[in-house]
Design a protein around this ligand. Structure first.
Ligand SMILES: Cc1cc2nc3c(=O)[nH]c(=O)nc-3n(C[C@H](O)[C@H](O)[C@H](O)COP(=O)(O)OP(=O)(O)OC[C@H]3O[C@@H](n4cnc5c(N)ncnc54)[C@H](O)[C@@H]3O)c2cc1C
Length: 454
């Protein structure tokens, strides 16, 4: 029997590896990053000497604890950092390590590939100085850099207030925090948010900290454009009362929450179902994370749930592997983990309503706005392709006609907005718009490397 393979050394992958090691197995843990910890619990290079305690506040302790647990695991796992899984073909992973192609066969594969930012385009979003919200955090936490000296935070996400606080503490001026969801929608989501009262309290505290620091904070804002000739100069929007507001800034952090990175699950043969709250197609899993025999999914890569849910779901999926290997089930432990995962994911469902994906804003975009920046496809080109009499409008067909989603990012950035535009054409029905299928390579690789591994 081959050792179980885990893709992703974030909280989910590390927690899964701990459970498997405790049962006497030696999992292979693969991550494209140079250092374990994943996206949220990112570990900066030691040479940067970043003051993580100042940057992360009380969360720094959780970071350090996960990193210590990983160090303790190292002698007992086959850890392969700097290794990208770029394709999955049957029971074979195609890897890229130090520029060289390799393959790895598996019997049991646990994918814990995490999430990425969800982006809604607007006029000017391709200007230099516009970053995704997560990208702005990565610049800070991984490189010790600010994306600008006067930064506007735009979108709808609990991370807007958190990232703004981190930027303020590291010396940036905050031009505005402009959230596109109205306050009343946030109030309506409160019952679901009470599933995780401490996280809710922390979120409210971040908002209060911004207000105390005198940061302008808008709810129900309607973005008009990011302005600038060569690079970002201002953010133009309408506030909740419809008044035009212009905020001078040299950078914009843009984000509408996170979306699971599901391409590997797709290539590994998971089936997908449409989730109307998140307006995303998500892999179908059972209560322990099984997607099909031999394939397990955990963490934010299957359902956005946050770092604590990622850890618990990673451990749960590892218990599923053990049980499928015929090991005695630890029913009390798995029940407790399952309850915790469910509670935290219910909380995230509430967050998806409190910080809503701006489908009306996307449907109303002007034809000239760039939708796919890799292939330079405009909103108008996508609409025109749907107006042609080429059969039912559906995302994969639109992609084939326009090349929207066919470039370097393979639709990871433009996909959700493309889906929403097609849905608007189908009368707003996200399900009818269809699902953008995952394709290898899931991330850009040199053609020579792909030929090597074929
Ligand atoms: C940019 C960003 C910033 C965030 N910042 C915060 C924050 O400040 N605070 C907070 O509470 N939460 C934050 N989150 C959310 C938080 O990261 C998650 O809740 C948590 O990390 C999820 O854990 P995970 O193990 O599921 O995934 P992750 O921690 O994302 O780990 C997934 C791992 O999989 C690896 N991976 C993915 N695809 C491949 C592949 N094809 N081949 C090899 N390896 C692969 C990645 O390199 C990564 O290390 C952030 C998320 C993102 C995307």
């Amino acid at each position: 029997m081959a050792d179980p393979v885990i893709v992703g050394a974030g909280p989910a992958g590390i927690a899964a590896a701990e459970v498997l090691c405790a049962a006497g197995l030696r999992p292979i843990l693969i991550d494209e990053g140079a250092r374990a910890g994943g996206q949220g619990y990112r570990r900066p290079a030691e040479s940067l000497a970043l003051d993580m305690a100042r940057l992360m506040g009380s969360e720094a302790r959780k970071y350090a604890a996960l990193h210590r647990r990983f160090e303790a695991l190292l002698p007992r796992i086959d850890y392969r950092p700097g290794t990208l899984v770029w394709a999955i073909d049957g029971d074979t992973l195609h890897l890229l390590r130090d520029g060289r192609a390799e393959t790895l066969c598996f019997d049991r594969l646990l994918i814990a590939s995490g999430a990425m930012d969800r982006i809604a385009p607007l006029p000017g979003w391709t200007l230099p100085g516009v970053f995704t919200l997560g990208g702005a955090q990565v610049a800070l936490k991984d490189q010790g850099c600010l994306i600008g000296s006067r930064v506007a935070f735009l979108g709808s996400s609990p991370l807007l207030a958190l990232a703004a606080k981190q930027y303020r503490e590291m010396g940036a001026e905050i031009a505005v925090i402009a959230d596109t969801t109205a306050l009343r929608a946030k109030a309506a989501a409160l019952p679901a948010l009470l599933h995780a009262p401490r996280t809710l309290a922390r979120g409210l505290w971040y908002m209060a900290a911004s207000l105390r620091a005198g940061t302008k904070m808008l709810h129900g804002a309607v973005p008009v454009a990011i302005e600038g000739s060569e690079r970002v100069e201002a953010l133009l929007l309408h506030d909740a009362r419809g008044r035009e507001r212009r905020f001078a800034c040299d950078a914009v952090a843009l984000g509408y929450g996170l979306k699971p990175e599901t391409q590997l699950a797709d290539l590994a043969g998971a089936t997908f179902v449409y989730d109307a709250d998140f307006r995303l197609f998500l892999p179908k899993i059972d209560g322990m994370g099984r997607a099909r025999p031999g394939l397990y999914l955990a963490g934010d890569g299957v359902r956005i749930g946050g770092a604590d849910a990622a850890e618990a779901s990673g451990a749960l999926a590892a218990h599923a592997i053990l049980s499928d290997l015929g090991r005695p089930a630890e029913i009390a432990v798995t029940r407790r983990l399952a309850r915790r995962v469910q509670r935290l994911r219910d909380f995230q469902r509430g967050l998806a309503r409190a910080f809503a994906w701006p489908r009306a804003q996307i449907a109303a975009l002007g034809d000239a706005v760039t939708l796919c920046r890799c292939e330079n496809v405009t909103v108008g080109a996508v609409r025109a392709s749907m107006a042609r009499d080429l059969g039912p409008a559906e995302v994969n067909r639109v992609k084939a006609i326009t090349r929207c989603g066919m470039g370097r990012c393979q639709g990871r950035v433009c996909g959700p907005a493309l889906q929403e535009l097609v849905a608007a054409e189908c009368g707003g029905d996200g399900l009818a718009a269809g699902r953008l299928r995952g394709q290898a390579p899931v991330k850009p690789i040199a053609l020579a490397a792909a030929m090597d591994g074929s």
